[in-house]
Ligand binder design. Structure first.
Ligand SMILES: [Zn+2]
Length: 184
């Protein structure tokens, strides 16, 4: 069954513009030239990368062409597509400024490096949730490590709280007993 959805995706695939591979080389940059052969970066990147745009924020991302059809099928709960290969017009680009937990500038970076956690330079998250989702999906090992740390320190806090409570109860009991013996 060919659905409208599939047609739309085919169309978007066709319209997908070439994007430079993340990093140094730009698509179309001539990187090797010999007598009868000119090879461009675009040709070398046989899998290829393309730009996709968030249909609401217009924020662009570079994706591997192999992943493109999968990414273009992502839908919002209202049934609209999350990404398009066409740059949305008349949308002011909303860009966040929150850094990934694994960013080199993170206050805990030194500790994370000692723990062998990955370094990530992503720094445009809009919300805390976006940042957390990214950590969970992109850095599962770091996520699991931090989660483990968090539960452990929470348990430790609980323990200290319980100890403090026991102490104050004991203290209260003592006071009551002393009072009791004085009065009686
Ligand atoms: Zn990251």
């Amino acid at each position: 069954m060919t659905t409208n959805k599939e047609v739309a995706i085919e169309e978007m695939l066709r319209d997908a513009e070439e994007a430079a591979e993340p990093g140094v080389t730009k698509a179309g940059t001539v990187i090797s030239q010999s007598q009868d052969m000119t090879m461009t970066a675009a040709e070398l990147q046989s899998a290829g990368y393309v730009y996709v745009y968030d249909t609401i924020t217009a924020k662009s991302s570079i994706v591997n062409r192999n992943m493109l059809s999968q990414i273009l099928q992502k839908m919002r709960p209202d049934g609209s597509y999350v990404f398009s290969t066409r740059k949305p017009e008349n949308i002011e680009i909303i860009q966040g400024s929150l850094k990934c937990y694994m960013h080199p500038d993170d206050p805990d970076r030194e500790k994370y490096t000692k723990m062998g956690l990955i370094v990530c330079k992503k720094s445009d998250f809009l919300t805390e949730l976006d940042r957390l989702t990214h950590l969970k999906n992109r850095h599962p090992r770091a996520y699991a490590t931090l989660e483990l740390e968090r539960t452990r320190s929470e348990r430790e806090e609980d323990r200290l709280e319980r100890m403090a409570l026991t102490d104050s109860l004991r203290e209260m009991n003592k006071t009551n007993t002393t009072k009791g013996s004085k009065n009686g």
